[in-house]
Write a protein that binds this ligand. Structure first.
Ligand SMILES: Cc1cc2nc3c(=O)[nH]c(=O)nc-3n(C[C@H](O)[C@H](O)[C@H](O)COP(=O)(O)OP(=O)(O)OC[C@H]3O[C@@H](n4cnc5c(N)ncnc54)[C@H](O)[C@@H]3O)c2cc1C
Length: 473
């Protein structure tokens, strides 16, 4: 076994949180020895891309970078790729999203539209909404939160069905995060002129959406922008990042598993890793930054899982497609499907946030399927079955009609979407407590769900950098 006796900062998990953290630490302490240990064959995690022949990339569904509104973090993006190599989206162009709901593809907003109902039902919905406005918000579960925001009737006839369809769980068993994951925190109830007036109230603004996302008045509290590489494929950014880190002297080990973590006097003293199933290395540890999920570090440290039952979420299948003409989604970057009877969870139209691709007449689209929503077991389906489902549903959404398919690929081994259930939240809370009780002074947990409700990249990185600044003063 090879040993490195110099104490190093070791980051386990090579997703964006690890890359950003390693770069930041090298900037503040250039002499620090830093290792990134990644168990797959590429860095980037969910921000990596599939690579097909002829350098054809496909991202994992919709993954643009939203800034964290923290200079230390946001400047890094421009230090890895110069500003001229990014498409940068401001204000209303930052996130143009829609939803397929009640048989209609909404291009104007991703909040569910409750205006298309009978006059009588609309009056009842208004009573449901206004009856709840003066009540305090209850965030104890998705159900409690939605009932307190929109009243019982709106919740029962809309959100309850949507959440059950998405996650296969009653909303009383889901957390508030379930509402944020697909933007269920607002509904559309009023037309533009009325909304312009009503939105002067921050309470209304927090519950009622503006029914024309591209015409939303400039009321955002910050200047957060969205970034996507000009050259299609988030992997281009990840590859540039890897090259930069190596240039700075960061050691990157891919296809590498953590075999053993050794403790000594209340700290992690060393870690054994196995590179490409052939070479073992023992690294003396200054600090271990775990960026690969709480369950794996808990298991690596021998924490008891007694009473901790983690429930699996929906299995994801990506169907990557290229058409000869633009798909019929207008300006949308992506839309969710909330209606029952569909396997589609989300459709991404890459051309709108990477327009350079249009010039090459390549119109990429990713259909993210959650087949279990429709009682289908992905492993029982052939790739042809899956492709057929995606194409048929795109036709029903009205997204394709005349378009000719130029390329398709089905990606089945991409894992599951984390189930935002109260049970899982409690399980992770319990693991956090048990990990804290071991009281290791040189372990930092960052990344997706390392803390409650930390999921999207800006939150992941804000949390990570706060911890890094605290630990490496
Ligand atoms: C299923 C899923 C879907 C998502 N969809 C979206 C979305 O559509 N839009 C969006 O904005 N955000 C989405 N997110 C959130 C977003 O992906 C994260 O905020 C972001 O990827 C955070 O990066 P990370 O480095 O913490 O984690 P990840 O990107 O998950 O990277 C973790 C890395 O750790 C590696 N790893 C795991 N276990 C080990 C181990 N034991 N040893 C070594 N390496 C290990 C993995 O291979 C991976 O490279 C999604 C997250 C998940 C989990």
């Amino acid at each position: 076994m090879r040993s490195s006796l110099e104490k190093s900062v070791v980051l386990v998990g090579g997703g964006i949180s690890a890359l950003m953290s390693a770069y930041f630490l090298k900037k503040i302490s250039p002499d620090k020895s830093i290792y990134i240990i990644e168990n797959s064959s590429k860095l980037g995690g969910k921000y990596s891309s599939f690579k097909y022949e002829d350098d054809l990339y496909f991202d994992q569904g919709m993954h643009v970078i939203y800034e964290s509104c923290d200079e230390d973090i946001d400047n890094i993006y421009r230090e890895i790729l110069p500003e001229s190599e990014w498409n940068i989206f401001h204000k209303n162009e930052k996130d143009i999203a829609g939803v397929f709901y009640n048989g209609k593809l909404q291009h104007y907003s991703h909040y569910i539209d409750l205006r298309n109902v009978s006059k009588n039902k609309y009056q009842l919905y208004l009573s449901s909404l206004f009856g709840s406005l003066n009540k305090p918000e209850d965030t104890g579960s998705a159900e409690k939160s939605l009932r307190s925001r929109f009243g019982d009737l709106i919740f029962k006839e809309n959100h309850a069905k949507i959440l059950l369809n998405l996650y296969g769980q009653e909303p009383k068993n889901l957390t508030d995060l379930a509402i944020k994951l697909t933007a269920l925190e607002r509904v559309l109830m009023f037309d533009e002129p009325e909304m312009l007036d009503l939105m002067k109230s921050s309470l209304i603004r927090s519950r009622i959406g503006f029914p024309n996302q591209l015409g939303l008045p400039d009321i955002r509290p910050n200047e957060q922008k969205a970034l996507y590489p000009k050259k299609y494929g988030m992997q281009n950014f990840v590859d540039a990042f890897e090259a930069k880190l190596k240039e700075l002297g960061v050691f990157v080990h891919k296809n590498t598993e953590v075999e053993n973590i050794t403790l000594d006097s209340g700290a992690i003293s060393s870690i054994d890793v196995r590179v490409s199933k052939t070479e073992n290395i023992n690294l003396a540890v200054d600090t271990l930054i775990w960026c690969a999920g709480l369950p794996s570090i808990a298991s690596g440290l021998g924490v008891s899982f007694e009473g901790v039952q983690y429930e699996q979420g929906r299995k994801i299948v990506y169907v990557n497609l290229i058409f000869d003409k633009p798909i019929n989604t207008g300006r949308l970057y992506y839309f969710y499907c909330y209606d029952q009877g569909f396997s589609t969870h989300r459709v991404t139209n890459y051309s709108e946030y990477c327009p350079d691709e249009k010039a090459r007449n390549r119109f990429r689209c990713c259909v993210e399927l959650w087949p279990e929503k429709n009682n289908l077991i992905p492993d029982d389906l052939t790739e042809d079955n899956i492709l057929g489902i995606a194409i048929s549903e795109l036709k029903t959404f009205g997204v394709i009609s005349e378009q000719e398919l130029k390329f398709s690929s089905v990606e089945k081994n991409v894992g599951r979407f984390p189930l935002p259930s109260l049970n899982n939240q409690n399980a992770l809370n319990e693991l956090r407590t048990r990990l804290k009780n071991i009281n290791l002074r040189n372990l930092i947990n960052i990344g997706v769900l390392s803390e409650k409700e930390i999921f999207f990249l800006p939150d992941v990185l804000n949390d990570a950098f706060e911890k890094l600044r605290g630990a490496f003063k």
